[in-house]
Design a protein around this ligand. Sequence first.
Ligand code: ADP
Ligand code: MG
Length: 284
Amino acid sequence: MTVVLEGRDITQDYHVRGGMFGGAKTVRALKGVSFSVEKGKTLAIVGESGSGKSTLARIIALIDPPSGGELLIEGQPVNISHKRPGPVLRSKVQMVFQNPYGSLNPRQKVGSVLMEPLVINKPEIPAEERRLLAEAMLVKVGLGHEHFNRYPHMFSGGQRQRIAIARALMLNPSLLVLDEPVSALDLSVQAQVLNLLADLQEEFGLTYVFVSHDLSVVRYIADDVMVISQGEAVEQGTREAVFAHPAHPYTRQLFAATPETDVEAIRARVAKRQAARQASGVAR
Ligand code: ADP
Ligand code: MG
């Protein structure tokens, strides 16, 4: 098995105002977190609001450099002192944010949204081919050629998240970091987008880091789970192990707080996904 992502003892400090006598103080948002994710797998990062999920997601997505620790992508150490990763590394890791409204420029047509990463990172690709690649990707995410010249406001929330996913895939990344990607969507739309993500993962052999506070979503998409609380990984393991035997008191508390109203729906979805995996013959 190929390890696509590895983090070793990652820390993150934020310097904020409001220290004693109005000075600056340091908030340690991540206190030494380690993890690794194999190719084609999904690591879910779970925890309540403020636990450090987005902080870690932004580090893994190469948006923010960590204060300390080491990050390796496909075995290559990421030089954390450089704020901007080079184009090769940049194209390997892409991020999808929670809010598809905020992450799309309202004045930019969908086609242009999708082609932009190519314009910036692969200028050698001719304009005509760029357009064909963008149109093909629209189809991959369940949209169509006819959406190419439309503006983001003409789409529903779920469609906008499909656009954001399509854009993230334009550079052919190996790792997708998804920070609460379905949290802003209606339940039925959530299921559609999660199914799309599962399909794309199979098709492109993608590795996912999936941030969520929603345990039913985690149960559906995760291979491995990392539970974080106050900047520390308090539990790590396979989905089956963590759900069957939550070891840490915090995890038990987290699970106890989750309404179990849709257990049957969750079981059905899990069974369906497992069947699909077996049918496609992918060893995982
Ligand atoms: P989560 O995504 O799990 O809700 P975050 O990673 O956003 O958590 O935040 C973790 C902690 O770091 C919180 O205490 C939050 O207030 C703090 N924090 C996050 N971003 C910043 C920032 N840019 N500056 C200062 N503190 C921050
Ligand atoms: Mg967050």
